[in-house]
Design a protein around this ligand. Structure first.
Ligand SMILES: NC(=O)c1ccc[n+]([C@@H]2O[C@H](COP(=O)([O-])OP(=O)(O)OC[C@H]3O[C@@H](n4cnc5c(N)ncnc54)[C@H](OP(=O)(O)O)[C@@H]3O)[C@@H](O)[C@H]2O)c1
Length: 508
């Protein structure tokens, strides 16, 4: 039997217009439009809601609607499930073409918006969504300000919010610069830096699991936890993102955002409320306490790798250096592992091992908390020389759930011990797949709830931790790239790093 306890209902999304810069791009097609259509199906969009797409490609409203219809058919779960809902939703989609460097385009957009705001009754409330190449974020914000589109929070005729896609900068300096550019025009409470991981049900569930149950928190610390492993492994290669990836690498693509978010949710103290500032403050404190990695320490605390050719799912795949847009002598890392310590009362001395890579053996994302061994091995006289450790696994992907491994006696005369686990699966318990992360985040933005978005200071601290590693790797030639075959669990150097602590990586 399950007991459902509702949290206090969230406030409703307010009427608003969403202006998407980059509306002809991949993210709009694969994520934003399917998420908005899904919200329309659930009748969760506010009254009068409308979308104004913008990009360079020339399109009429009708062409844009057709394109978005194809996108929703292909990428919404279950396709275009309700033709009438689609028709109603499509009538609220508009398109304005223009290049972002052209001031005229913003004037046009401004006039367009004023017209549609009147028609739709969106009360002047606007969400600007930056879904363009990241080097355009700064220039677009400047042009918006020049055209009077940026409006500070106290604009009398409605609110303005801006959603900024990842990546937010490519190192500490560029992230600071972008934050400065944003703050010249917007107040921080207007800014929603997106990391779609935070919109995932199971990621949010880390907080509910930790702080909605009394039994885990007393053991969630250095006295009982031996170490923590966070993994985000992918089987895919760089696919069609070779140009972007070649400049980014896995540390920028996965660690600065997703892995550090998981680290913070796992390690943070209880916030005073489940509200934006309180949660942001506690997450920030985790990063403030992470011991910096010095250039001399990089080889002890960080490992990089790049995949060579290999087999995935019985299929031969090419090496990273043979992927489209990758350089034949590329030094870009497609795998990284970090060992981090958090110098806090709770975590002092507990290593956190983080790893992520492409073309690994399995697609899996999880946080595993491994507990210490019992202080006394009572069963020495029996044929039990080693007990498996208790491990609590928070599974984020692909089967969302939680499992706890513990030791039990195998029936029989002798004392034999075996590992068993208690398992909770979202799918089994609740029947349906959790809502898409973008649905959650878009509706939160319409409500003005920034809890699941990222604050400026968190972003800068995350880059501060990674900067020394990025700099060191940029200066030093990597050894033996490619150093792991596609379909494996990464380079042997990563096994050696954790092996020096007498541990092994989990093989989920
Ligand atoms: N795709 C994903 O799954 C994903 C996931 C996470 C984050 N993101 C981030 O989201 C952003 C968008 O990604 P994407 O994959 O959608 O990129 P994309 O497919 O390359 O789309 C870029 C968009 O920007 C427009 N654009 C580029 N230069 C322009 C200019 N000078 N003036 C006006 N419009 C311009 C393009 O339209 P025109 O060519 O028609 O102008 C297009 O609509 C990126 O920052 C990316 O890092 C994407």
């Amino acid at each position: 039997m399950t007991l459902e306890v509702q949290s206090s209902p969230k406030t409703n999304a307010e009427p608003c217009a969403m202006i998407i810069f980059g509306a002809s791009g991949d993210l709009t097609r694969r994520k934003l439009m399917p998420a908005l259509y899904s919200l329309a199906l659930q009748r969760r969009l506010p009254d009068g809601f409308c979308v104004i797409g913008s990009a360079r490609s020339r399109m009429t409203d009708e062409m844009f609607r057709e394109r978005m219809r194809a996108a929703a058919s292909e990428f919404s779960p279950g396709g275009l499930r309700d033709e009438r809902v689609w028709e109603d939703f499509a009538r609220r989609l508009y398109y304005v073409s223009g290049a972002y460097e052209d001031p005229e385009a913003y004037q046009q957009l401004s006039e367009f918006m004023a017209k549609f705001e009147r028609e739709h009754g969106t009360r002047g409330n606007r969400i600007f969504y930056l879904s363009t190449p990241p080097d355009l974020y700064g220039p677009i914000i400047r042009q918006m300000a020049a055209a009077g589109l940026a409006g500070r929070a106290n604009r009398s005729e409605g609110w303005t919010r801006i959603v900024i896609e990842k990546p937010f900068g490519s190192d500490l300096e560029t992230a600071k610069k972008l934050n400065r550019e944003v703050h010249e025009v917007f107040d921080e409470n207007q800014v929603y830096r997106i990391d779609h991981y935070l919109g995932k049900e199971t990621v949010q569930n880390i907080l509910v699991f930790r702080f909605g149950n009394a039994i885990f928190e007393p053991i969630w610390n250095r006295r009982y936890v031996d170490h923590v492993q966070v993994v985000a492994a992918e089987t895919v290669g760089v696919e069609n993102r070779g140009g972007y990836y070649e400049k980014a690498g896995v540390l920028r693509d996965m660690f600065q955002n997703h892995l550090f978010q998981l680290l913070c949710l796992t390690a943070m103290e209880a916030p005073v409320a489940f509200a934006a500032d309180a949660v942001h403050q506690e997450k920030l404190k985790v990063l403030q306490a992470v011991c910096p990695i010095s250039p001399e320490g990089v080889n002890d605390f960080a490992v990089r790798g790049q995949y060579g050719e290999g087999m995935i799912g019985g299929r031969q795949v090419k090496a990273y250096r043979q992927e489209p847009d990758a350089r034949p002598d590329s030094r870009t890392e497609t795998y990284a592992a970090l060992k981090l310590f958090i110098d806090s009362w709770r975590w002092q001395g507990v290593p956190f091992y983080l790893r992520s890579g492409k073309r690994l053996a399995k697609k899996v994302t999880e946080v595993a908390i491994q507990f210490k061994q019992p202080p006394l091995l009572l069963f020495k006289a029996c044929p039990v020389d080693k007990l498996g450790p208790n491990v609590l696994v928070l599974r984020i992907h692909p089967e969302e759930g939680i499992s706890l491994r513990f030791e039990v006696k195998v029936p029989g005369d002798e004392v034999c011990v075996s590992s068993m686990s208690l398992d909770f699966s979202y799918q089994e318990a609740f029947g349906s797949d959790p809502a898409d992360a973008y649905e959650t985040l878009l509706i939160d933005c319409m409500r003005g709830d920034a809890t699941l978005f990222t604050r400026h200071d968190w972003i800068e601290l995350s880059w501060r931790i990674l900067d020394p590693v990025l700099k060191y790797w940029a200066e030093k030639e990597p050894q033996g790239f490619p150093n792991y075959p596609a379909g494996s669990w990464g380079p042997p150097e990563a096994d050696a790093m954790i092996g020096r602590d007498g541990l092994q990586w989990r093989r989920p």
